[in-house]
Design a protein around this ligand. Structure first.
Ligand SMILES: NC(=O)c1ccc[n+]([C@@H]2O[C@H](COP(=O)([O-])OP(=O)(O)OC[C@H]3O[C@@H](n4cnc5c(N)ncnc54)[C@H](O)[C@@H]3O)[C@@H](O)[C@H]2O)c1
Length: 431
């Protein structure tokens, strides 16, 4: 078993640290956020990810946390970079945190492998290797090991991945980094660094394209009378297409798809290639979030000013408290601009959202959010919303209008209860 240092204790870093400890490695997690490290050392997990707190607790013997970079860097034979790479105003990836990690690498003190798990544009690994060579850091080898986990199912994704990708340009390094995953018994693809970096971007861009594609099909279904759920099912039975990522809705969000699609588009542009398809994928997604406003107007009238609209769900998907690029944020802001009295509820994401949207109202439960509402928009398909007592909800709402942004509710039952129900790409009468 090996000694690992994991830099960055966010969604990817914490899951990597906990899972690597679970399969027997000794792990030190390091983060610049001193408060985050204090919480972790006191047994609190600062993010919501199912099963993570239990896994960290279970592996305490092999897992420690520190905010001291020198101590952490000296500990690991493998140093995993899991810091955030958010978008800049230009749509490129902000690599400042990655470069900060490189700058802090200690001089000669034994061989180490620096492994980048953060999503970084193609060419970053080459630039890092050039910088290491410039500084005479022959003791540090480099590998790219992009991460494919999904928030909400991150631990299962890490421990039973479809594949692990490890890229290196130096002989034997990819194989050494790949061997860390041996206890998982999974398919590990070893490649060069640039290809590993591109596999990550291309995968996310393809999945985002699938979503924008089915969302456009849904929009055409709305004007032609077809039902996108039936269409997606029929398409997905074709093994060349597959059933995944064909759920129409009010757009994708999260900390990965929006920024990664944008970063790949910019990367192509910066390299002299105009990636037309991705421009459309991004635009379709932006418009999709806003289409809800038109639907509300169709049912409530042209002016929404002064009306109360309840948003159920704020996180970008269920089982996470992550609200980065969530559809809820754009939608709530559009509704505020229309003069709507917005009230929202989410089982775990309210605190995070308050920092971004301080002026909307927050309820303590779904039922409280629906009290006196002129309409409800289901933004995130948390199970508790699907199983809500909708008959009671109808009594508490001022007007029984539901816009189901995820096609997650049982439209027929809701119509039967007397609701006006509209999904995405679903004929209103069929529901
Ligand atoms: N979140 C996901 O679902 C997911 C999935 C696959 C890949 N990724 C990629 O993984 C990377 C991390 O994403 P995340 O969602 O875990 O980010 P995050 O924002 O949740 O966590 C990043 C952590 O890094 C810390 N940090 C920043 N600079 C640091 C430094 N110099 N030294 C030590 N710690 C530092 C921050 O304090 C923060 O705790 C990103 O590149 C992202 O694109 C994310």
């Amino acid at each position: 078993m090996s000694r690992l240092t994991v830099i960055g204790a966010g969604y990817v870093g914490l899951v990597t640290a906990a899972c690597m400890a679970e399969i027997g490695h000794d792990v030190v997690g390091m983060d610049v956020d001193v408060e985050r490290v204090r919480l972790l050392n006191e047994g609190h997990v600062p993010i919501y990810e199912p099963g993570l707190a239990e896994l960290i607790e279970k592996n305490r013997e092999r897992l420690t946390f520190t905010s001291d970079p020198i101590a952490a860097y000296r500990e690991g034979e493998f140093i995993y970079v899991c810091v955030d790479t958010p978008p800049t105003y230009s749509g490129d990836a902000d690599l400042s945190r990655v470069w900060q990690v490189i700058a802090n690498l200690p001089p000669e003190d034994g061989h180490r492998v620096l492994v980048t798990k953060s999503t970084v544009p193609v060419g970053t690994g080459a630039a890092i290797q050039a910088e290491l060579a410039r500084r005479g850091y022959e003791h540090v080898a480099y590998a790219s090991n992009p991460e494919f986990l999904r928030e909400g199912t991150a631990i299962q994704d890490f421990l039973t991945p479809d594949r692990v990708v490890v890229g290196s340009d130096a002989p034997g390094i990819a194989e050494r980094a790949a061997a860390l995953y041996d206890p998982l018994g999974v398919t590990v693809l070893t490649t060069d660094v640039a290809s590993a970096e591109m596999i990550k971007y291309a995968s996310n861009a393809f999945l985002a394209t699938k979503i924008s594609f089915i969302n456009e099909i849904a929009n055409v279904c709305e004007v032609t009378g077809a039902d996108v759920r039936t269409v997606a099912h029929g398409m997905g039975l074709d093994r060349r297409i597959g059933p995944h990522f064909l759920q129409a809705g009010i757009g994708y969000g999260g900390s990965c798809f929006p920024k990664d699609v944008s970063a790949l588009k910019q990367l192509a542009g910066n390299s002299g290639y105009h990636f037309q398809l991705l421009t459309a994928v991004l635009e379709v997604n932006e418009l999709q979030k806003r289409r809800v406003v038109g639907k509300l107007k169709r049912h409530l009238g042209d002016s929404l000013r002064g009306l109360r609209v309840a948003l159920l769900g704020l996180s970008f998907k269920p089982n996470t408290d992550d609200i980065r690029e969530a559809s809820s944020i754009v939608l709530a802001s559009r509704l505020l601009a229309e003069g709507v009295d917005v009230v929202a509820f989410d089982p775990v994401a309210v605190e995070n959202t308050k920092a971004v949207l301080p002026t909307i109202g927050y309820a303590d439960s779904a039922m409280e959010a629906l009290e006196g509402a002129d309409a409800c928009v289901l933004v995130t398909e948390w199970p508790e919303f699907v199983h809500l007592d909708w008959a009671r909800a109808k009594e508490t709402m001022r007007r029984p209008v539901i816009i189901d942004g995820r096609n997650a509710l049982d439209g027929k039952t809701l119509l039967g209860l007397g609701f006006t129900y509209e999904g995405v790409g679903v004929p209103i009468t069929a529901a």
